[in-house]
Write a protein that binds this ligand. Structure first.
Ligand SMILES: [Zn+2]
Length: 248
């Protein structure tokens, strides 16, 4: 074989091989790995606002860190790929914030009915960083109350609040209990409404945002966000990030 002629040919072949290997690796990597660098990351501040000792036993800092892992695992699309990511920032336990002058803390054990707008006003009026971190998504652990169930009630709420989102999770629902409370409420926090699954039984697979309203229980809420929901989440993710950055 003639050396002079084969050398450029070899080089060309080698670069083709490298290109093929590169393309192969890109195709083999899951899309999440490729998208990770551009994926939005949201800080979470936790605040325990109920005086219930059973809640304090459950809502340890270790558990609150685990809540972030739960969100990172279950706030996903239909192919189980994360839509945005979450990061533990800080936590204030009840003893650390019980002396706060923010009325919002008193909602942790209120017997009054939930009032979405009135509670948001109290949240927005709170200037105590132990209770409300203006640069993070705030995740409250509280004790829900209803006339029928008393404090045995375990209703949770998530609110986008003009792109300053917060969650109210009943302490009994921590650690990803039935119907995925963390990702469902975080869905509301990112602007999603309920979807109605007519006649869904409690063991049926349903979308994360399925509601128990109308006919049906809401089901397991174990199917990730659909394309339309992902589009809405990503649209608000940009707005939320901008707002959290600018409201120090
Ligand atoms: Zn809901």
């Amino acid at each position: 074989m003639n050396d002079r002629q084969s050398k450029p040919a070899n080089e060309a072949r080698n670069s083709m091989r490298i290109l093929a290997l590169y393309l192969y690796l890109m195709a083999a990597l899951p899309p999440t790995v490729l998208a990770q660098e551009s994926m939005s990351v949201f800080d979470i501040h936790f605040a325990v606002i109920t005086k219930n000792p059973a809640a304090h036993e459950r809502a340890t800092v270790e558990q609150l860190r685990k809540e972030v892992d739960i969100l990172n695992r279950f706030f996903v699309d239909e192919d189980r790929r994360p839509v945005v990511k979450f990061r533990f920032k800080s936590a204030a336990l009840y003893d650390e914030l019980k002396d706060s002058s923010c009325d919002f803390v008193r909602l942790g054990d209120t017997r009054k009915n939930y009032d979405s707008d009135a509670w948001a006003d109290m949240f927005n009026a709170c200037d105590d960083p132990r209770v409300r971190d203006p640069a993070a998504i705030n995740f409250f652990i509280y004790d829900s109350h209803s006339r029928e169930k008393g404090f045995g009630d375990a209703t949770c709420h998530g609110k986008r609040n003009s792109n300053r989102p917060y969650l109210l999770i009943d302490w009994e629902r921590l650690d990803h209990t039935d119907q995925g409370p963390e990702e469902h409420e975080m869905g509301h926090a990112f602007g999603l409404d309920h979807v109605f699954v007519d006649g869904a039984g409690i063991n049926d697979s349903t979308n994360i945002m399925a509601s128990r309203h109308k006919n049906g229980s809401g089901g397991r809420r174990n199917i990730g966000f659909n394309k339309d929901q992902v589009r809405i989440i990503l649209e608000y993710a940009g707005k939320i990030q901008k707002k959290l950055r600018n409201t120090k």
